[in-house]
Design a protein around this ligand. Sequence first.
Ligand code: ZN
Length: 149
Amino acid sequence: MADGLRLTCTTCGQANRVPASRLTDSPKCGSCGDPLITGKVAELDATSHDKATRGDDLPLLVDYWAPWCGPCRAMAPEFSRAAQALAPHARLAKLNTEDFPAISQRAGIRGIPALILYHRGKEIARLAGARPAAEIVAFVQSKIPVSAR
Ligand code: ZN
């Protein structure tokens, strides 16, 4: 096995290996050059969603949302704040369930917003409904020991 943490580039879907000691050095994708850890909420598509949820070594929290969902839009700034707080120890991303209904169906999403925490190819836990940033951060930390700012 190659050294380092496996991280999927949310821009191009390329799997990258990042040494744990370099997580704080703004690692970039070896394929497209985009930063792998931004502290911002990445927008996933079907490909990057499946690659990242099935293999990434860094905890990944996915917000399943849709543009028509009021509570989803209300939570967006809170989710962004949580992404900032948890970087670079966990990544937060969102998937538009209107654009990718097959994925939300496969994940068994019944209501949105729904948050699912993934780590090393496994679903760790899920949280339903809109939450403030502090609760989102606490949820991730209660499942996986990561530090936050
Ligand atoms: Zn890339």
